[in-house]
Design a protein around this ligand. Sequence first.
Ligand SMILES: [Zn+2]
Ligand SMILES: [Zn+2]
Length: 191
Amino acid sequence: MESDPNALRDPYKPDMGDSELPDLECAICFCQFNNVFNTPKVLQCKHTFCLECLARMNIKSNQPDTIQCPLCRSYTPLPDLGLPKLANNSTVLSYLPSAMQHVYSIRFNRNKGKLQVKRVPSSVPIHTHTVSQSLDVGMPAGMQGSSGEGRERSLLMTILRTPLCKAFLMSTVAIIAVVLTITIIILQQKR
Ligand SMILES: [Zn+2]
Ligand SMILES: [Zn+2]
């Protein structure tokens, strides 16, 4: 039965001795993997990084539908349902404390640059979980003032908010009112 030891090997486990522990730290941020924002996610190249780092990379990338492995440069297409749906590294998870065995359901809001807790695992009692509900991972490049409409609107808002411009508008209205009154008076005197 023990003729082929590789047959039992976890496909996500890179080539390493069976006695060796998998890396429990993310190679990018050196944070310990956990079951919330630092969930270990496996790319197609079998390299594992935490969700937070992948989200930060995805936000800076100009190819939001794929993620490029920072170690081997190969591309992994993102799942239709988003970055958090990438496969978890079950081997790494199995080495985490028993309280971390159930992974939180996370939503990745790329436009807002946020990772948000969508659902707390049922194994975690509500009153004991102290995890923050969302995490900022930076804003996407070119999101600030990129759309022309938004910029025009903000320009208008700036004009309206400037006291000098407001005073100018008010005095224009006053001058028009005065001119109209004078015109009416002149017209009445001509009759
Ligand atoms: Zn990381
Ligand atoms: Zn890789």
